[in-house]
Design a binder for this molecule. Structure first.
Ligand SMILES: *Cc1c(COP(=O)(O)O)cnc(C)c1O
Length: 363
């Protein structure tokens, strides 16, 4: 059997440590997972209440068009329903984009480090990968990215807030980028952490989609909405781009349960507001604690903080795991001397900071 040559140099996704494994390995009863930027407050109680009513007729295929969710989201965002595409997480939309726009002989431009799925999926389509290092500050080097765009470039990826650094691309920067980038190059703005962006800094990216036909904005129900397990993400683009992505999409890629849950979650604004406010507060307190410990970090508009360390990220990661805290070592994220930590509840963060203090005193 001959798999694509490119696959021979690649590996399946290595997930963060699983809770049950860590419990067993270290004989712990309580584990706090701050590794995947999940919502520490769970998900909307309205969704929880409604799920038992959704289990009839699992033998019937879902509506792949997600008409009800589509209609509601289009109204909420003020776009036409033909401008939307739904995915099994926004991960799947990243794949649709690569399958629709990339092939051998084309290239795609992205930052590094950034969300690894752009590169992963683009490689499988045979495209050349052009990676542009982030600035010292952790922000995208947008000018350098623009310089790398050439005749073969089909897709540019902007992750804002950037995973793993948390840095935000401002509205002015975004507009400048879109004005400068050739209009036949697709610009993907991945806003997986959109709901956590400080309200005054909201770049209102959806409104830019009507001006720039080559812009696609990705969002997800996995992070602030707390529905990571149900796998729903969406893209907002021009009708032309959305149509191509919908052609590439499998016929039944989201389930009725996920669609209906997302739809209910969308209405529970109080849940999002609470998650947002707690995140702002707990992130600030944690940043203050890091400062007191002499640790620097990148500016973050997400629900996570990338903390720079005098040691390898693995060392702190291993230490925290023995204390029942799972974080993400920068080692796996292309930035070895640091860790990416999801902002948990106030209580969780207080305990975590105390363990970090012990670690630094001993190392
Ligand atoms: C988590 C994440 C995603 C993917 O989330 P889904 O669960 O697939 O919707 C996409 N982009 C970034 C930057 C992320 O951090």
């Amino acid at each position: 059997m001959q798999a694509k040559q490119v696959l021979k140099g690649m590996t399946p996704y290595t997930p963060g440590k699983q809770i049950e494994d860590v419990k067993k390995e270290f004989g712990l009863t309580k584990i706090v997972k701050l590794a995947s930027n999940e919502n520490p407050y769970g998900y909307s109680g309205k969704v929880k209440e409604a799920i038992p009513t959704m289990i009839d007729h699992l033998e019937i295929y879902p509506d792949g068009y997600a008409a009800q969710l589509r209609d509601k989201l289009a109204t909420t965002l003020g776009v036409d329903e033909k401008q939307l595409v739904f995915g099994c997480g926004s991960d799947e939309i990243i794949d649709f984009i690569c399958r629709s726009y990339l092939e051998k002989g084309t290239n795609t431009v992205m930052a590094t480090p950034t969300f690894p799925q752009y590169k992963h999926n683009a490689l499988i389509q045979g495209a050349d990968i052009v990676e542009v290092p982030l600035l010292e500050s952790g922000y995208h080097d947008l000018e350098a990215m623009l310089e790398k765009v050439n005749k073969q470039t089909r897709v540019v990826w902007l992750c804002s807030p950037n995973n793993p650094t948390g840095s935000l691309i401002s509205c002015e920067q975004l507009v400048h980028f879109l004005d400068t980038c050739p209009s036949d190059v697709l610009v993907v703005l991945d806003e997986a952490y959109y709901e956590y962006i400080e309200r005054e800094k909201d770049p209102d990216s959806i409104s830019l989609v009507s001006t720039y036909n080559n812009l696609v904005v990705l969002r997800t129900f996995s992070k602030a909405y707390g529905l990571a397990n149900l796998r729903v993400g969406y893209g907002v683009a021009s009708e032309e781009v959305a149509t191509y992505l919908n052609i590439t999409r499998g016929p039944f890629n989201t389930t009725s349960i996920s669609q209906l849950s997302a739809s209910i979650a969308l209405d529970d604004e109080a849940f999002i507001q609470h998650s947002y406010e707690e995140n702002v507060k707990n992130k600030q307190t944690f940043m203050d604690e890091c400062k007191a410990l002499g640790l620097d970090y990148y500016d973050s508009e997400g629900n996570f903080l990338f903390v720079k360390l005098p040691t390898s990220g693995d060392a702190l990661f291993e230490y925290l795991m023995t204390k029942g805290f799972i974080v993400r070592s920068g080692e796996a994220l292309g930035h070895p001397n640091g860790v990416r930590i999801t902002i948990g509840s106030a209580e969780q963060m207080k305990e975590l900071a105390a363990h970090m203090k012990e670690f630094l005193a001993a190392n």
